[in-house]
Design a protein around this ligand. Structure first.
Ligand code: ANZ
Ligand code: ZN
Length: 815
């Protein structure tokens, strides 16, 4: 094998790794190594692996292999998120069972993962669609139910008319179904929810622990949770017994509330509308039902609404203000009703101008009158027209008015969150059945633990077609059961769980995948958890990454895990694009991973991905050259093959210059990998290869021990990105055992001492000073250094006319 033949290398080493299973994490309690847990977001089995997988898993593998080299006991597991709609849609089309498609794709992906040489511990493999996995979804659901964290309620929900199922708020992106892109509509349905809102404050507070998360991700979560502070204020409504609450972040503007708005779809609107206004109101409400929240809240949307024929009383000045229904107030936010302050809130102002309602300035901001300009003034200022609040600032006004309201029992300080409870019922088949039995006498009865799992009945093809009711409802024998409590005739819940339930705790299952006494072995999780490094896409920012944080906190409260945050460090890889655009069927710019591997080899593809740029950035495959990567790997392997000294030869007598290069490389690459700058680390490996090549050809030659040191360092470093080439090189260097565990080299500080060069500084062509500088000093630094020299300034009267810098050896100053 003199030529570089990637396919031959793959065939040879893949077989040995299959036999040796070198990447199995050790369970031996006597193993003294510190544990590390490296996790990739597990894949959905939709066909074979693609370029995006290759990039994300390639990056995760750099981290896992780096830790293995550093001597940690590393767990790097893999599994499949194998419930979900695509399998079901494929099954309908082919008149088959979703499991057929699912498990065939899993086999294909598993095969490709192995070929791609990822350092997985295959013994921990799991599939969420296996009954011995989803059994524990059900078990956890029952625990949540017992704690009041899973409950059923009726209300308007997001409905995808194409997928014929409800969606969680997190799955509605800009008013469209996250999965299929159809416009989401609202439907009135009774559904199961997880009470994630109970954890809103902790989800915010615990972000303090997430130093290792990208700021962008934390910001997205913070905004999604959407905490605000303000007050709940009680308004009397004429002709209604009970006062109505509104939530406001600006109670200081209460004197400027000139009208009152109820969400058109709130029960209150329906209740208080007068007979005279009812027909207009009902027509309007029907119109609003067709809009998504995003559309309703859009600030540039023309304001619409209808007068309800009633008046509310402003609690601070007794003023009668008209009550309207409108779509820009949401029924499930705050209390579904607002006090409108048009002078200081743009949407209220737009509404006031449209319907000719009064605008009263109560905060003097120095800006022009909103009633005239149409531009609200939401900023800071001095309160005016506000009785006891006059002259106060916004902050003073807020605390003063809350005090007054509380004293009179007309309001309280309040905190509000944008976060809604997690809607988890789905009207589809290929998911975890909700383990509840509905009994006419006992109500919602959980399936007893010893009767779990509730497995899916065997439905296939047409039986799965979306009809707006759950397919499980058609399996009469499965549905009709005895009530576990009273034994009477009862029925199973026919919805399945959102598949995000499956992924909310899978990382715990990996710690003890065969566990049969619970979802996971608490002791094992204590040893391995939390995840030290998680790698996956930013698209999960407010979905999976929020849900798993919630699950972890609940499990913590149940005493099952000893940490409150599941993922210590988080890396969001960029996307692989082609020709500046995301790969897509319609653009025809897809790149097939299998073809790339056939053409250039696994190592060249992996190296190309890692070398392309910082891990978080998108990489454009059209700009990259896997062929150049392949040539580099061939060069590296040649260097490793040409070393003639024996393994273990003492390195002390080796070439001093090359040794300095080796140790500087070790020092830099270690720091670069620690800070995720993998691409620059690869560049350093390339430089090391060139230095070794030069030493062999025109330096001390292939027998010099420093050449061996360089080649062995190269093999170990390359094992992070090019496992086949590294393993082969390691063997040719006469070493035995997997290169993955050779041990990360340590830089010798004595060899890191920076040499310096002498820089000559001339003024008007005469040498006036000599400076000792680093060989890689920048032009700016050198220029500044030269001009700061006292010997130089003695010959200058003012700013020099010109400074010519030739780093690192010459500075020429023209006075
Ligand atoms: C009066 C007011 C005056 C307001 C002012 C703002 C500025 P965040 O920060 O997002 O929590 N609001 C309350 N409930 C609402 C609902 N169900 N639908 C739409 N809007 C609602 O926003 C709180 C503010 O949003 C509240 O404060 C209320 O308008 C509005 F100069 O009350 B404000
Ligand atoms: Zn019963």
């Amino acid at each position: 094998m003199s030529e570089y033949d990637p396919q031959a290398l793959q065939a040879k080493w893949l077989q040995r790794w299959e036999e040796q299973e070198p990447y199995r994490a050790s369970e031996d309690p006597a193993d003294p190594r510190e544990r590390r847990y490296m996790l990739d977001m597990f894949p959905y089995p939709s066909g074979d692996l693609h370029m995006g997988h290759a990039e994300a898993f390639g990056l995760g593998d750099v981290v896992a292999r780096y830790w293995m080299q550093q001597g940690y006991n590393v767990m790097h597991p893999i599994g499949w998120d194998s419930f979900g709609l695509p399998a079901e849609n494929a099954a309908i089309k082919r008149n088959a069972h979703p499991a057929e498609w699912t498990y065939a794709n899993i086999d294909t992906q598993a095969h490709s993962f192995k070929r791609y040489a990822l350092s997985f511990d295959w013994s921990r493999r799991l599939h969420t669609s296996d009954p011995d996995y989803y059994r524990w979804n059900q078990w956890l659901f029952v625990r949540f139910f017992e704690r009041g964290l899973a409950y059923r309620k009726g209300g308007l929900v997001n409905w995808c008319p194409n997928d014929q199922t409800v969606l969680a708020n997190e799955q509605v992106v800009a008013g469209k179904c996250e999965r299929c892109g159809a416009d989401v509509i609202r439907r009135e349905l009774t559904q199961w929810y997880f009470k994630i809102t109970d954890y809103a404050q902790r989800l915010l507070d615990d972000m303090e622990q997430l130093h290792g998360w990208p700021e962008r991700l934390l910001t997205m979560q913070r905004n999604w949770i959407g905490r605000s502070e303000g007050a709940d204020v009680l308004f009397e409504i004429e002709g209604r017994e009970e006062p109505v609450q509104v939530y406001t972040t600006r109670p200081d503007t209460l004197f400027g509330a000139t009208f009152f708005v109820v969400a058109a779809d709130a029960a209150l609107a329906e209740e208080i509308v007068t007979d005279e206004q009812r027909p207009a109101f009902e027509a309007y409400r029907a119109e609003v039902a067709r809009l998504s929240d995003i559309e309703r809240l859009a600030t540039d949307k023309e304001k619409t609404g209808v007068f309800l024929g009633r008046y509310a009383i402003n609690p601070v000045n007794g003023e009668r203000i008209p009550v309207w229904a409108a779509d820009y107030v949401l029924s499930d936010y705050g209390h579904g009703a607002i006090m409108a302050v048009p002078a200081h809130d743009q949407r209220d102002l737009d509404f006031a101008r449209k319907f000719d309602l009064p605008v009263r300035v109560v905060v003097h901001t120095g800006l022009a009158d909103p009633g005239e300009t149409g531009v609200a003034t939401p900023g800071e200022g001095t309160l005016v027209n506000s009785g006891p609040l006059d002259g106060l600032s916004k902050a003073e006004g807020i605390s003063r008015i809350i005090e007054l309201l509380e004293k009179e029992g007309r309001g309280t300080g309040a905190v509000n969150y944008r976060l809604r409870d997690w809607l988890l019922s789905r009207q589809r088949y290929w998911g975890t059945p909700i383990p509840i039995i509905h009994c006419p006498d006992c109500g919602e009865v959980p399936v007893p633990d010893d009767q779990l799992p509730v497995t899916l009945p065997d439905l296939r093809g047409e039986a799965l077609a979306p009809k707006g009711v759950a397919p499980l409802a058609s399996a009469a024998e499965w549905v009709n059961v005895a009530c576990p409590k009273c034994g009477g005739q009862a029925q199973r819940d026919t919805d399945t769980m959102d598949t995000f339930v499956d992924s909310s705790w899978y990382f715990l299952r990996y710690c003890s995948p065969g566990h049969t006494d619970g979802p996971f072995d608490v002791e094992q999780v204590r040893k391995w958890g939390p995840v030290d490094q998680y790698v996956g896409g930013i698209e999960h920012a407010v979905l999976h990454l929020l849900y798993s944080r919630f699950f972890t906190k609940v499990l913590h409260d149940m005493g099952m895990v000893n940490f409150t945050e599941p993922f210590r460090r988080m890396l969001n890889q960029g996307q692989v694009i082609n020709g500046g655009k995301a790969m897509s069927k319609s653009l025809g710019n897809g790149v097939d991973l299998g073809q790339q591997i056939d053409a250039y080899g696994v190592d060249a593809v992996r190296l190309t991905m890692v070398f392309a740029g910082p891990p978080e950035d998108d990489i454009d495959w059209a700009d990259l050259s896997p062929l150049a990567s392949q040539k580099f790997l061939a060069r590296a392997l040649r260097v490793m093959s040409e070393v003639t000294s024996e393994p273990g030869t003492p390195v002390e007598g080796g070439d001093a210059e090359l040794r300095k290069v080796v140790h500087r490389t070790i020092d830099e690459v270690t720091k670069l990998i620690d800070s995720y700058r993998f691409n620059v680390a690869v560049a350093r490996m390339m430089e090391l290869t060139s230095a070794a090549r030069k030493a062999i050809d025109s330096g001390p030659g292939p027998a010099d021990p420093a050449v061996r040191e360089a080649a062995e360092t190269l093999a170990v470093m390359l094992s992070l990105v090019a496992p086949y080439t590294a393993e082969e090189g390691w063997e040719r260097l006469g070493r035995t055992g997997p290169v993955a565990f050779a041990g990360w080299p340590v830089a010798d500080p004595a060899l890191l001492v920076q040499e310096s060069v002498t820089c000559v500084v001339q003024v008007a062509g005469k040498v006036r000073d000599r400076l000792e500088v680093s060989p890689d000093i920048s032009e700016e630094d050198l220029r500044a250094l030269a001009l700061a020299s006292e010997r130089v300034s003695a010959y200058l009267t003012g700013m020099p006319r010109k400074v010519i810098v030739r780093a690192p050896k010459l500075v020429n100053i023209v006075p």
